[in-house]
Design a protein around this ligand. Structure first.
Ligand SMILES: [Zn+2]
Length: 124
């Protein structure tokens, strides 16, 4: 947050309950109500992880939109796109090859290997 001291016009500081909040003013014409909180790089991973969990494991665009509504961080969009969920959700909801079920590894009811696997298990 050294930018706050170097550039108070674009990074105005506000102190709330003895906590220093650095905000980002993208354009000098922006009013106080339009400013977003600047996330320090030391906190960005935790912020993205927390929002991804709280939002119910959304895809990256929704994650970005939600965080970006209140916070600012350089490269936030890319950071959201590159986020790797530790729970391995990682669905690519944007696939256009038929259905979103492809994200679950299900191709069709007849050719998914699932019933064969079950049949194999039942004979053991
Ligand atoms: Zn997830």
């Amino acid at each position: 947050m050294q930018n706050a001291h170097l550039d108070p016009v674009h990074f105005p500081v506000k102190i709330i309950n003895n906590i220093t909040i650095v905000r980002y003013r993208e354009q000098t014409t922006m009013t106080d109500n339009q400013l977003r909180i600047a996330i320090p790089s030391s906190m960005i991973d935790e912020v993205v992880r927390w929002y991804h969990l709280v939002l119910g494991h959304p895809e990256s665009q929704r994650l970005y939109n939600t965080i970006n509504a209140r916070f600012s961080y350089p490269g936030l969009s890319k950071t959201c796109q590159q986020y790797q969920c530790p729970y391995g959700c990682g669905f690519d909801w944007t696939v256009e090859d038929g259905s979103e079920w492809a994200n679950f590894g299900i191709q069709s009811s007849d050719d998914n290997g699932y019933s064969d696997e079950l049949a194999g298990d039942s004979t053991n």
